[in-house]
Design a protein around this ligand. Sequence first.
Ligand code: B1M
Length: 222
Amino acid sequence: MEVLIEKLAEAVEFGKVDKKSPYPPQLRDQDGALELTLQALEAGVTPSSILEDALIPAMSRVGAKFSENKIFVPQMLMSAKAMGASMSGLKPYFVSGDIQTKGTFIIGTVKGDLHDIGKNLVSMMIEGGGWTIVDLGVDVSTERFLEAIDKYPGAYIGLSALLTTTMANMEASVKQIKSLHPDTTVLVGGAPVNETFCHQIGADFYAPDPQGAVDFLNRKAS
Ligand code: B1M
């Protein structure tokens, strides 16, 4: 069982989605995250153990390497894809409630902004960190953020902005969220955003990269 968990963690860390995937070259023709997850479930490994002992540590290593510029967006995307393949095998257990996640994280790119590559990476890393994700997509109005907060009480919320012009929309959304839901924790990020802007608009935390967001949420959950 331990060997399966180790192999699965390796597949996720290095982005081996399934057996037929040619990437990464060093794992060619070997089972990927999809097959290893199914084998682990069949061998009796619990879905929670798959999440906690393989996926979360693997994605945490990926996040750290990305923060340290040891890997780049394409490698991170492949790891996220491999994690997604594994999660597809675990989905029935999430739906049935057999796996408890750490909490719910609502994420969206703010109104007027269509950039979603960074937002998707953040979302995938947080999911890999053991959280339930509600992804509202791009061009998300304040009203849609507010609706989601009403629908998922106690959820944490993340806003991404990639344009200097849409930073004003981020500010408007955060201020509205905080005035109606002062206890909701709001994270912000995106290339033009920084710590000073985060404080200026009343958000709780600025994460420069996905791992920063994961670490913050995990600190909050512990
Ligand atoms: Co656009 N674009 N773009 N673009 N685009 C930029 C951002 C730009 C810097 C390019 C440039 O001029 N050099 C520029 C913005 C300039 C500015 O505002 N000062 C720009 C512009 C001007 C535009 C248009 C206005 C162009 C036009 O039409 N005239 C237009 C706007 C459309 C709109 O949104 N309304 C536009 C359109 C597009 C495409 C659709 C073609 C495409 C987006 C495709 C997509 O996302 N599906 C696109 C792209 C790809 C880019 C660049 C090249 C790459 C952005 C990206 O994905 N980076 C970008 C230039 C660049 O960055 N080199 C550019 C990779 C991604 C992983 O990084 O998103 O920063 P990033 O996310 C990081 C962190 O910021 C952080 O984590 C991620 C991983 O480290 N992070 C968070 C992000 N969100 C977070 C949330 C968090 C925490 C961390 O917590 C909640």
